[in-house]
Design a binder for this molecule. Structure first.
Ligand SMILES: [Mg+2]
Length: 196
């Protein structure tokens, strides 16, 4: 018998940690958004798996190394774990269309709004005997491409007004998320967990 799970897919920069306006590749640059850790802890307690889905094209652009990005992700998990909010999986996409690179061009379908990272996560869970219930899973992010990625993957999209806050752009392009929240904490407490 397969076990069904629900997942909270989360963008990283501008959703969990503050978007600095540039690529984040050192621990010092990573500052959690207020109550983001609390929000994740609440979602975990409610049974959601936490999966980070992040475009990190600073790698293809030569601004950050794979090692730096992975170290920042490790540090993020350390910070979140203090509040029992550690993530379960983390995927990042090094590819950028303007900076072709022999090592990273194969990740073209992973760059949001494409759904490669989400599909990879779902496949990885499946290989462990866990089936992701897409209709019960959410994608939360601060950009239109997050909303679009969630929609394309058959997930429930929520936009947060932290980070880039692309609410107006979403309306203009008719990519309408299911809910718009001031931040991740409100997305979780006022919508995702309030639905039950
Ligand atoms: Mg973001």
């Amino acid at each position: 018998m397969v076990q069904k799970i629900k997942v909270l897919f989360l963008d990283r920069d501008g959703t969990i940690n503050q978007d600095t306006g540039s690529y984040i590749y050192t621990r010092e640059q990573l500052i959690l958004i207020d109550r983001a850790d609390e929000a994740i802890a609440l979602a975990k307690r409610a049974g959601y798996r936490i999966v980070i889905i992040s475009n990190q094209a600073g790698i293809a652009r030569g601004i950050a190394t794979v090692e730096q990005v992975e170290d920042v992700n490790t540090y993020l998990n350390e910070l979140l774990s203090v509040e029992n909010a550690g993530f379960d999986r983390c995927y990042y996409c090094p590819y950028h269309p303007d900076y072709p690179h022999p090592d990273y061009d194969r990740f073209i379908d992973h760059r949001k709004p494409a759904t490669g990272m989400v599909e990879q996560a779902i496949d990885d869970y499946f290989s462990e005997g866990l089936v992701v219930d897409r209709c019960a899973s959410f994608f939360v992010g601060d950009k239109m491409l997050d909303v679009e990625c969630g929609m394309r993957a058959g997930l429930r999209s929520v936009l947060v007004r932290t980070g880039h806050n692309e609410e107006e752009l979403c309306i203009k392009r008719n990519l309408i998320p299911e809910f718009v929240a001031d931040d991740l904490y409100k997305a979780v407490t006022e919508y995702i967990l309030a639905l039950v």
